[in-house]
Design a protein around this ligand. Structure first.
Ligand code: C5P
Length: 219
């Protein structure tokens, strides 16, 4: 019988569909799930709420350290974390090494129970020994279209062109930072979700995971 994975690391670009995929995989394999982007979003929100500046490392790391002292479930279920401005501020606080260091143990401790984690540096930094690593990406225009629809659903008035420009700016910041830049781990399996439905992406990911666990991945 194929072994069940204990840790699945899912990294990828913004609005690539990795969050939806990660949640479904967690339910399918009976694992806990963490959207690690929310830790950076919560850090950004706490920085702004305290009157701090996301670009200043001291302000952001103070906020990141304060997260460990709060109720994690409650904090991460705050619906305002999903807004566009908080996402942009999240990618600013995520540049600072002191912020990343403050959030490291939280993520590793969570992974220890058996989990799917999605983010930008899960396979490269947080869980380098994960059983399976996926890197999910899609064309920028397709991701921008998905995100645009999502933001309109939240009642935000924003044009497609603005969403695309913000997304490209975010990609550049996430991929260009010195500490834990977004990139596929060497042993990550690439999944292009550009033309896949949620179901197709899920099935494709399960095929990869099951093949890796059975020791017969040859794609
Ligand atoms: O995935 P999400 O859009 O919620 O992430 C918000 C921001 O948090 C990302 O743009 C990225 O800068 C940062 N992040 C990160 N490392 C992670 C997860 C998110 O740097 N593991």
């Amino acid at each position: 019988m194929t072994e069940t994975p204990k840790i699945i690391a899912i990294d990828g670009t913004f609005a690539s569909g990795k969050g939806t995929l990660a949640k479904r995989l967690a339910a399918h394999y009976g694992l806990a799930y963490m959207d690690t982007g929310k830790l950076y979003r919560a850090t950004a929100k706490a920085t702004l709420d305290a009157g701090g500046d996301p670009d200043i490392e001291k302000d952001a790391s103070k906020a990141a350290k304060s997260l460990g002292k709060r109720n994690l479930d409650e904090m991460l279920s705050d619906p305002t974390l999903k807004s566009g401005p908080i996402g942009a501020a999240a990618s600013k606080v995520a540049v600072h090494p002191a912020v990343r260091a403050a959030l490291l143990d939280l993520q590793r401790d969570f992974a220890d129970q058996g989990a799917v984690l999605d983010g930008r540096d899960i396979g490269t930094v947080i869980c380098p020994d994960a059983d399976v690593k996926l890197y999910v990406d899609a064309k920028p225009e397709i991701r921008a279209e998905r995100r645009h629809k999502e933001l309109l659903g939240y009642g935000e008035e924003i044009s497609f062109e603005t969403v695309l420009a913000q997304l490209q700016e975010r990609d550049a910041r996430d991929m260009g930072r010195k500490d834990a830049p977004l990139k596929p781990a060497e042993d990550a399996h690439y999944l292009d979700s550009s033309h896949l439905s949620i179901d197709e992406a899920f099935k494709g990911a399960c095929r990869i995971i099951d093949a890796v666990m059975a020791g017969k991945f040859d794609a």
